[in-house]
Design a binder for this molecule. Structure first.
Ligand code: GDP
Length: 470
């Protein structure tokens, strides 16, 4: 069978057909004005279960005054009632009853706070093994990541060695394109604020991170206690001030590089959640998600892909505040009218009507293979994760093995691919075509993760789309 000539779908809908010229905004101009105000950075918190991610973020919000003192006291009281007093700060973020009882973060919680230069949207990704798919959708949206490690005796080691998630999370963050990492070495109170312990972890973990391809200048290590609030916002712990003179976690976050947003590209919004009824009890359908590229404004017509159904943007919330427009990098909640909720599905996308995202079921990817036991051979079944979407697929063809150091092809048409290799393969979706773009066209949408039997097999970037259409 020859390959179909790749062709992008034809023009579908004029986005501005229902929006009089007088009411249209020049979103790029508006964005430039807003950019002079405080830009938003999306930061994902990753790390081994119980390393203290939720506690740290909860405490950061408290210190930067987002969770006010009154609600913090209420949480303290509630958590003491069920005998889990130490989880009070984590509760600022972990919201569902099930999470409170289990003491683990299951879905991605978002939190907001401000520093001198940025507004932060913090995505608290779950660390528990079963929840890695959720974590993937979390990092896929992030500009940078904070990797929390438990510095207490033996705890760092069990998170770092086989079975721990510290390495897997670092690989995922890297494979999904995150370049800047803040490593928060937590629970320093448990090791008497020992400089020696800090240096030991920094050296071990640092060597590993640089080997993964993180640049040394893009990785910072900060000793903290999430629970006691030390070196989060300020450092008043005498034992720590003795030897640590670097930035606090907040200062380090404030030093992150600004993110470059693909605002001039066609609209691509990944849908993470949807429900019946509009904002403020109005009619329509509410759709939550993150804008990966382009811009959107109230009054615009958009397409839902797959399905190519048209919706009309009635209202728009950006970071929980009412807005007239939003751009790449913003987390939004839209109310769409003229659209049946049945047209929305998990993993669908909201796109520009004039330039929708292509649908494909056959494409090439360059992957980094993880520590797998069974080598990959043609026909290898996987679950493909792309943002919040997960769908069965298989690796149908092995194209080449690539030299990690030089990026050159080492071997063409290999018979199998084994652990830790970098390779190019063809992936065929088993059930339906999915919205996808090449990494070259769209850095956010061009990344995928392949898992099998609950383990992450490989992660990589889409290099070529081979067939278009459903
Ligand atoms: P997560 O699973 O990474 O989100 O971890 P949590 O934030 O739920 O914390 C797990 C446990 O570690 C809780 O009992 C916290 O109170 C505790 N913990 C978190 N940070 C610290 C810290 O800085 N020092 C100490 N001693 N305990 C901490």
């Amino acid at each position: 069978m020859g390959l179909e000539t790749p062709e992008k779908p034809a023009v579908k809908v004029d986005p501005f057909a229902k929006l009089p010229t007088s009411k249209r905004l020049n979103v790029i101009e508006e964005f430039e004005k807003r950019a002079q105000a405080k830009p938003t950075l999306n930061v994902c918190i990753v790390g081994h279960v119980d390393s203290g991610k939720s506690t740290t973020v909860g405490h950061l919000m408290y210190l930067t005054d987002t969770v006010n003192q009154r609600s913090m006291r209420k949480l303290e009281h509630e958590s003491q009632k069920i005998g889990k007093g130490s989880f009070a700060f984590a509760w600022a973020l972990d919201e569902t009853e099930e999470e409170r009882n289990r003491g683990v973060t299951m879905d991605i919680g978002t939190a907001h706070f401000e520093t001198e230069h940025y507004r932060f949207c913090i995505l608290d990704a779950p660390g528990h093994r079963d929840f890695i798919p959720n974590m993937i959708s979390g990092t896929a949206q992030a500009d940078a990541a904070v990797l929390v490690v438990d510095g207490s005796t033996n705890a760092f080691e069990s998170g770092f060695d086989a079975g721990g998630q510290t390495k897997e999370h670092a690989i995922l963050a890297r494979s999904l394109g995150i370049q800047t990492l803040i490593v928060a070495i937590n629970k320093m109170d448990m090791v008497q604020w020992s400089q020696e312990r800090f240096e030991e972890i920094k050296e071990k973990l640092g060597a590993y991170l640089y080997q993964l391809g993180f640049k040394q200048s893009n990785v910072a290590f900060v000793p903290i206690s999430g629970f006691h609030g030390v070196n989060l916002y300020d450092n008043k712990e005498p034992a720590l001030t003795q030897w640590y003179h670097g930035p606090t976690l907040t200062e380090q976050l404030d030093r992150l590089p600004p993110s470059i947003r693909a605002v001039e590209k066609p609209l691509r919004m990944r849908v993470t959640d949807f429900f019946k009824g509009g904002v403020g009890g109005s009619g329509g359908v509410s759709v939550a998600g993150n804008i990966e590229a382009g811009s959107i404004q109230v009054g615009e017509q958009v397409l839902v892909v797959p399905g190519n159904e048209v919706g009309y943007v009635k209202t728009l919330l950006v970071n929980d505040e009412s807005a007239q427009w939003a751009v790449a990098g913003d987390s939004v909640l839209l109310t769409l009218s003229n659209l049946d909720i049945l047209n929305l599905s998990n993993g669908c996308m909201i796109c520009s009507g004039s330039n929708p995202v292509p649908l494909t079921s056959l494409f090439r990817v360059q992957i980094v293979v993880f520590d797998i036991r069974i080598p990959i051979t043609p026909g290898y079944p996987v679950i493909l994760h792309h943002g919040s979407l997960d769908e069965p697929a298989s690796i149908t063809k092995l194209i080449s093995i690539i030299d990690k150091a030089t990026g050159e092809v080492k071997k063409k048409n290999p018979r199998c691919i084994t652990r830790n290799m970098t390779a190019t393969v063809e992936v065929q979706m088993s059930q339906r075509a999915i919205p996808l773009e090449t990494f070259k066209d769209n850095k956010q949408l061009g990344r995928i993760v392949l898992r099998r039997g609950g383990d992450t097999v490989a992660a990589g970037v889409v290099t070529e789309i081979l067939t278009y259409g459903s």
